[in-house]
Design a protein around this ligand. Structure first.
Ligand code: SF4
Length: 371
């Protein structure tokens, strides 16, 4: 494949390919479940691995551990390792179990698992570092969006709980949902609350587009895309629509669930529910909804950025974070790592949302990702 974008290159070749609030990776890419809204349908290289029965092994468990050890972007014992980012854990649970057994760090391991949880899941992957993550899509089966049924997913969650997994170690996201499916979404969230969940995340609709046409007519036909706005962040190459939910739906959900903690974005989820360090910057802007960022020692901040191979020319503190001038372009991967290391907001004068192929050469040379 001829790569023009570094994140696209990593996505198709590396065990871990992206760092935002979590470091995202897989042992196997592709997914046999085949949800119609799967974002990886719209990316060249993964599009033929979604719902076709084909998958691709991208790393052995041993190589994944080595990659973590050698990659500066992954803060040992601290960052969340998000597994099955380009797949589903249900189709590679044994391999994930093997990886967890040999992982020598204390990093939390989040396992994205849309398939049904069972005693077998626990047999393979149970470890104190594991957080069980799942996404329930209201009316997803009825609308023809996914072959996975929410009711059976809830049965799977009950099995985890019955086997002693605290709901604090289960991260449930309800979504994608739109104005047609929101009533069912609220019903599901009530059931989860009754099961003892004290916090939940809910999501709107996302539609991607990266060298593959998302075929919006089809998405409209199945009522996945409705009157949603095109609201992907500026400069983003992957998304046409990202986590969109009409304001009135959002308000209604917040109003209905005053007795549990709701998260609309994952930054607050990881920080408040799991005590994880997070960056207060996103897309080179201060993300105000996360609250007040930490004050930092400027020399320490400079030294840390320089460990990635950049030279820092100046740093000044402003109302929206630390403004940093460097000799070379930094990417969102680095900005999110630096922000998390200091729990602060960092804004760069030379910034890119995703790496170019030149940035990949820089990543390689400086062992940012152990490519
Ligand atoms: S389960 Fe996840 S990875 Fe698999 S097709 Fe559905 S959205 Fe895609």
């Amino acid at each position: 494949m001829n790569y023009t974008n570094g994140e696209h290159y990593l996505l198709n070749t590396a065990p871990f390919y992206k760092r935002r609030y979590t470091v995202d990776g897989d042992l196997v890419i592709g997914c046999k479940i085949g949800c119609k809204f799967c974002y990886y349908r719209w990316i060249e290289g993964t599009s033929d691995l979604i719902g076709t029965g084909k998958t691709k092994t991208i790393s052995t468990p041993e190589h994944m551990v080595e990659f973590i050890t050698n990659s500066k972007i992954i803060r040992k014992d601290k960052d969340i390792l998000m597994l099955s980012a380009r797949s589903d854990a249900s189709i590679q649970i044994k391999q994930i179990g093997q990886f967890i057994k040999i992982l020598p760090y204390k990093n939390p391991v989040y396992i994205l698992h849309r398939g049904y949880f069972s005693e077998k899941t626990l047999e393979y992957v149970e470890d104190p570092r594991v957080v069980y993550c799942t996404t329930l899509t209201p009316m997803g089966f009825d609308m023809g969006w996914t072959p996975i049924k929410e009711e059976l997913q809830i049965e799977g969650l009950k099995k985890l709980i019955r086997n002693g997994i605290s709901t604090n170690r289960i991260s449930v996201e309800v979504g994608p949902m739109n104005e047609i499916t929101v009533d069912k979404g609220i019903e599901i969230m009530k059931k989860l609350r009754d099961l003892g969940f004290e916090f939940l995340t809910f999501r709107g609709v996302s539609i991607g587009s990266f060298n593959v046409d998302p075929n919006e007519d089809k998405l409209k036909e199945i009522k996945f895309e409705t009157n949603q706005e095109e609201n992907a962040p500026e400069g983003h190459t992957y998304y046409k629509i990202k986590n969109y939910l009409a304001k009135e739906i959002e308000d209604r959900i917040f109003h209905t669930f005053k007795d549990i903690r709701l998260h609309r974005f994952t930054g607050s989820l990881y920080r408040d529910e799991f005590g994880i360090d997070i960056a207060y910057n996103r897309h080179n802007r201060y993300r105000q909804e996360l609250g007040i960022f930490a004050k930092v020692d400027i020399d320490k901040l400079k030294n840390y950025i320089e460990t990635f191979g950049y030279s820092v020319n100046s740093i000044r503190e402003e109302i929206d974070g630390y403004h940093i001038e460097t000799d070379n372009y930094l990417t969102e991967d680095i900005a999110m790592t630096v922000g998390a290391e200091f729990n602060t907001s960092v804004i760069f004068d030379k910034y890119r949302i995703s790496p170019t192929m030149e940035d990949i050469a820089f990543y390689k040379h400086n062992k940012i990702f152990d490519i």
